[in-house]
Design a protein around this ligand. Sequence first.
Ligand code: AMP
Length: 197
Amino acid sequence: MEEKFGLRALSTGEMLRTAVEDETEIGEQVEKRMASGDLVPDDLIVAMIAERIEEPDCADGVILDGFPRTLPQARMFDEHLAERGMALDLVILFEADDAAMVDRISGRFSCARCGEAYHDTNRPPSREGLCDVCGGHRFRRRADDNPETVRHRLEDYHMLTEPLLPFFREKGILRSVDAMADIGRIARDMESFVAAI
Ligand code: AMP
């Protein structure tokens, strides 16, 4: 999607994990909350993303992954964009059931060298302990990708993030994909939504 449409993909979770690894001030503030699966403060995350989208690599548009996650975030970001004559064009809802999400997220891990994504049962490396893509032998698993923390993250999702759906639906920019479908179908649906903007 990045290459095809010239968009820069930004994941707020990834940005925060980098901040934690780099031991920045923000990283120190958020580390404990992230490990326990709690959301980080709205002001902090909106300021972080507002600053990031000013960078030149975001000039042609961005895909935001994991943001906004609460109504205050969505409202603050909306105002921020409006002040700059911009607005969100599209919001994609991935529909999946909770049990499948616990299984998918708790089982996922990635190659520490090239980032290739794997799953304990759905997509293990073809040779145990070796990355199919780069041959690396070190893998990473996120501290918050365990069943207990994932269930907590899902509770927050239902309580704090789902209320965003009517907000975006009223703006006429909400589309949904069946996240239980095969990955090719999901990719085609997403591409057709972006192409229609
Ligand atoms: P993710 O990689 O999107 O699953 O995010 C990992 C963690 O980063 C979350 O569990 C939160 O602690 C934090 N985080 C990421 N994005 C946000 C956001 N928009 N609002 C609050 N916390 C966030």
